[in-house]
Design a protein around this ligand. Sequence first.
Ligand SMILES: [Fe+2]
Length: 153
Amino acid sequence: MAKAASSDELRAGFEEHLEQTKGHVQRLENILQSLDESPKGKKCVGMEGLVKEGAEVMAEDLEEAVMDAGLIGAARRVEHYEIAAYGAVSELAKALGETNHASLLKQTLEEEQATDEKLTELAKEINEQASEESSQDNRDESKKTHKMPRRVA
Ligand SMILES: [Fe+2]
């Protein structure tokens, strides 16, 4: 997604969150190790679907800001899925009296929430640019394929 982004800020945001995600994986591995559990779990079909949707957006032939708006939409879906998952497991860990694990999972939850908020903020400007690009293309009959597709939103 970082490679497909035109906005420098969006690209930097994706790259930064990728680094953060490595820390999230490390936290999960530490938690599982302390529970004597293997980190090799079931494949997450929900996330697999969200990643496929993101790939569909990237495969579209779109103007730069329209593509960025689509990437933000796809990324926010992923973040919301992660927010739901980390929210659920951190509460479960708390209920089980695993306060250290709950605290680690909450840190990840907060980073996912912060990422979603950052994407929401970035979308304000990018959506305006996308709207301009889209209306410009609508005026140009030869570029009909660049209209903002419903898939982007
Ligand atoms: Fe995330």
